[in-house]
Design a protein around this ligand. Sequence first.
Ligand code: PNS
Length: 177
Amino acid sequence: MTSTTDQRPLRTAIFPGSFDPITNGHVDIIRRALRLFDGVVVAVLQNAAKQPHFSAEERMAILGEVFAGEPGIQVDTFDGLLVDYVRRKQAVAIVRGLRAISDFEYEMQMAHMNRHLSPTVETVFLMPDAAHAFLSSRLVKEVFSLGGDVAALVPPAVHRRLQQAREATGGGPRVVR
Ligand code: PNS
């Protein structure tokens, strides 16, 4: 595929993750990636070993809501090896966020493994705004389950669903997994 103006191939990046749930830190990385690539596919890992708080369908619905009306951002799910998915989508890069040194070891291992499996797929690391450096899906769930305010940390679509889930369980704390 080529762009209509300069005939260069369109460059798509894959932003893979659990997104359980998506946070404002993820949104920040996606918007930064869109400045570098023609399109970004937000790819939800479907069958992770860990038991998610939100089902893959719920996470897809949330992402669809968050990025509605943004043609450069596509929402999808994948299963199996990430590099196989990247190949199927004809993407040129995997985008991952790096918040702190503590992320680096895990991310470096994954990037090298993915390079071993598919040498032409690059992993691009982007730093979120410093305001999001402390943010993780796990902490959002923990803080919310203990009654803390997470409204400023996640998109409204996530906050609403967290509240709905709390109401459905009678307002009691929901177990964080
Ligand atoms: O948001 P997460 O949970 O840190 O994302 C991890 C993810 C989805 C990027 C990673 O688990 C993954 O790529 N899984 C797909 C399986 C795979 O390809 N594994 C080998 C790559 S090291």
